[in-house]
Design a protein around this ligand. Sequence first.
Ligand SMILES: C[S@@+](CC[C@H](N)C(=O)[O-])C[C@H]1O[C@@H](n2cnc3c(N)ncnc32)[C@H](O)[C@@H]1O
Length: 236
Amino acid sequence: MSRRDSALLAEPPRPAQTPTIPAYLSETYTWAYLSKLGCAVFDRQPVVTAILWGNARRLIRSVTAELRPGWRVLQPACVYGTFSADVAATLGAAGHLDVSDIAPIQVSLTRRKLSDVPQASVELWDAAESGRGPYDAVTCFFLLHEVPEDYKGRIVDALLGSVRRGGKVVFVDYHRPSALHPLRPVMAGVFAALEPFATTLWAHEIRSYASESEGFAWRKETFFGGMYQKVVAERL
Ligand SMILES: C[S@@+](CC[C@H](N)C(=O)[O-])C[C@H]1O[C@@H](n2cnc3c(N)ncnc32)[C@H](O)[C@@H]1O
């Protein structure tokens, strides 16, 4: 089978309806994700590195370490910087990366960024909608802290439902820093001012958002004094 044939076979299903931008996104994050200025300012790896206090490379590596060449992988929301290109490079020419996002401006931006990566495609899709896959893996990078609680549950359920038996969902996101972490008050201030849905990840395990967590082997690792977490759910 030619690469083009397998890419066509790997094409994700189209959503039944074009997703509309949810209120939580337009009311809270227009400056970051829905404006041209936001895209121009934030879509640079040094900016991503600064926002993650120098941990971007380490966190991206913690995701790619979970993947294997040739796998078919879903990335349910766009990520600024090199994340998607790094994941696609790990999958190699025999693999495929489906990136999706609910915002048309992010879809266009990411299509441009990945235009020379033949094993990647980018579609408009709401991460909370089920019906995709089965994938070998899903990489959910800093999406959950940006959505309200009901959406967190819907997204976790939809992503768990889109991996094959033996496949895994890799979540990387914020986590409660240790009590003496010098940046803890800074992050509490950032969340209070800009990221109102993030602090619940300091109180709840990502696993607790799944309506059926049995049937998966869960593991968790934290980074940078507990400020970040990687949670992997592997379908048994
Ligand atoms: C992955 S998150 C944050 C990533 C990280 N802060 C970065 O460096 O880019 C940002 C993306 O999530 C998208 N998003 C928010 N809610 C979504 C949903 N329900 N479905 C798909 N994408 C969504 C936004 O449009 C935005 O492009």
